[in-house]
Design a protein around this ligand. Sequence first.
Ligand SMILES: [Zn+2]
Length: 506
Amino acid sequence: MKMKFLFGGQKKAAKDNQEEAKATPEIPAPAGKTDTIKGVSLQNRPKTIGELKASGYSPLPIREEMRRNLIALIKAKKPIFKGIIGYDNTVIPQVENAVLSGQNIIFLGERGQAKSRVMRLLVGLLDEAIPVIRGCEINDNPFTPICKACREKVAREGDGTEIAWLLRNDRYGEKLATPDTTIADLIGDVDPIKVAEGRYLSDELTMHYGIIPRTNRGIFCINELPDLAERLQVGLFNLLEEADIQIKGYRVRLPLDILLVASANPEDYTSRGRIITPLKDRFGSQIRTHYPVTIKDEITIVEQEWQQFKDGDVNFYVPDYIKEVIAEITNLARKNPDVSQRSGVSVRVSIANMETVVANAIRRAIMLGEKLAVPRISDLPYIIASTTGKLEVEGFEDKNEQKIIDDLTKRAVLIVFNRYFQFGELDPIVKHFNGAFNAETSDNMSAKLYTRYIKEIPGMAKAVKKMTDAETPETIASVVEFILEGAHLNKRLNKTKVEGRTIYKH
Ligand SMILES: [Zn+2]
């Protein structure tokens, strides 16, 4: 029998369940009603152990349940992790393999790689609802209760024992490991009041359960696993391996049915002494997450995630080159030796920067009474507020964060500009600056003031047309700035800054 993936203590319970489990019938949900345990009752679903038996329902261990549901989704060609971009050929197949093989998973990755989201989406592989003994703190299976209270209740009430239906979203527990996380937080504590009543200390009735037992028959995720103290790692290992645990010197037996998922920074995880080896061995799958491989993926994530307010006061439009510049800044930061690559540069940098440049464009539109907010190159310096704090500067020297971000921005604009324009295309525009001609730009300058450059600078109209068909002054102003800055970064125009204004000149 293929049982090697089960936690030691669950083997007996799982075996029992497996023998009972033939085919799991669909449990009919009441028509037109949303399933909920609290509030509206699940009218057509069994309410007692006797009714549950009569329905032919057989609970499955969590690994078998997830595996069965995953197989059904794959067969139906349905997406398993909705909204996860860029992991189709890397992370997702590995997660599927882990679920198919019933393995605990550890995700290794730098910050902002959607680890938490992937972990939470695993809930989608659980049944819509499962039966539990009503009132049980650890979601006992009605047919094989493990807590003493339930065992006594079932012995007393038999088939009349009440059951409840636990929804999939309530079968997920998550904890951020910190050095001061305790056994009581994770596993439980002995209750001194119950002890005082004269119960045996090793009797689980004296237990106050922690988050892991409360997630029994569900998915438990522990974030930043290497921050967990070693004795807790030992406790966690014992719980998984032996289904028993020492609390304040007393042995408590807890044969839980849990899928364990964890996350960690790769360097922390592999650092010697941060994780005890036996616990490492309990993770059948170690899956490396990553940042978006392409600028296109980064932009897709930004467009999906950034906070947009559609209050109708000011409409906005974000040109593609602005999105590309924002994604490119993050991409360059991920290769920059002055930026700590150990902690990484989250996609959240791109998301927050997008929000910032759009906010600055909206602020300008409101101040100037313009109808459309279109971000410009001159809005980019404001990303300092949304970038600092999200990347760590490498080394101990007093490196100027502002200068690093400034350099990244310039390089990003240059890269994106050169994707759209050939060097020679700028000739007529640059030539016009050979005389005394200057062009002024500013993040608080009215869009209408830019439109004259189209008439005044030969070649500008053609260059703008290449980027946009729009005739709105706000969009044209943004494109004009992009072209002037591109010419400057290609060392074809000089630039000076005076009191918040930028002057492009020969
Ligand atoms: Zn119970």
